[in-house]
Design a protein around this ligand. Structure first.
Ligand code: ADP
Ligand code: MG
Ligand code: MG
Length: 198
């Protein structure tokens, strides 16, 4: 695995969210309150604006600081959950991670999100992308394959019934729409693995 360039990773992630903010909002309009694109864009633009300061820190501290910033700026249900993902990743990752460490840390970070959200895969949330991506990492898949796994996993939330988050209030009417948080997670995964994998 190439050494991580955090500035490039932040820029790639923020671009992916900014370029897709309207699409994310449209997904959240269908079965939520229509703010997911705006929530994510607000948070990731703040992180982008402070990228230099984050990048000056050792990777674990940088990820913890990014997670804290996302909790403060994204808001909604997804802010604390994405924030937890990054904070927990920072707690578990080493300063110069190899793939094994990254994979283990990512698995523990997903567990932290599930604990925070009182949720698990299969409930039509971001966890339905995070978990298959972890499995793909464990299986030794390439960056391109992992990005495709993430996209397919987001698509696979379409026929699911939401059991967590606002969409769960709709019951069966949540079926037939992609989960917005699953989609934003897939966008972030593609941005990150393609940047690392280059
Ligand atoms: P809000 O629903 O408060 O407006 P957002 O629209 O920003 O927040 O984020 C909604 C997304 O958060 C959902 O699409 C889903 O992926 C994710 N989400 C909501 N609740 C949970 C939960 N308990 N566990 C995991 N993910 C969740
Ligand atoms: Mg919303
Ligand atoms: Mg909201």
């Amino acid at each position: 695995m190439a050494a991580l360039n955090l500035s490039r990773l932040i820029a790639a992630a923020a671009d992916a969210i900014a370029d897709n903010a309207e699409a994310l909002t449209a997904l959240d309009q269908a079965i939520g309150d229509g703010d997911h694109g705006l929530n994510m864009k607000r948070g990731f633009e703040v992180v982008r604006g402070e990228a230099e300061a984050f990048s000056a820190k050792p990777l674990p501290d940088a990820l913890k600081a990014i997670g804290t910033k996302l909790v403060m700026t994204v808001g909604g249900a997804s802010g604390p959950l994405f924030g937890t993902l990054f904070m927990a990743l920072g707690k578990e990752i080493s300063a110069d991670p190899d793939r094994t460490n990254l994979t283990t840390a990512f698995g523990k970070a997903i567990d932290a999100v599930a604990a925070r959200g009182k949720s698990q895969a299969g409930q039509k949330t971001m966890l339905d992308v995070l978990q298959p991506v972890h499995e793909a990492l464990l299986q030794g898949k390439t960056a391109a394959e992992i990005a495709d796994v993430a996209d397919r996993a987001a698509e696979a939330t379409i026929p699911m019934k939401a059991l967590r988050g606002r969409a769960s209030f709709l019951g069966d009417r949540s079926i037939g729409h992609m989960d917005a948080g699953a989609r934003s997670t897939a966008l972030l995964v593609r941005a990150v693995v393609e940047t690392i994998g280059e």
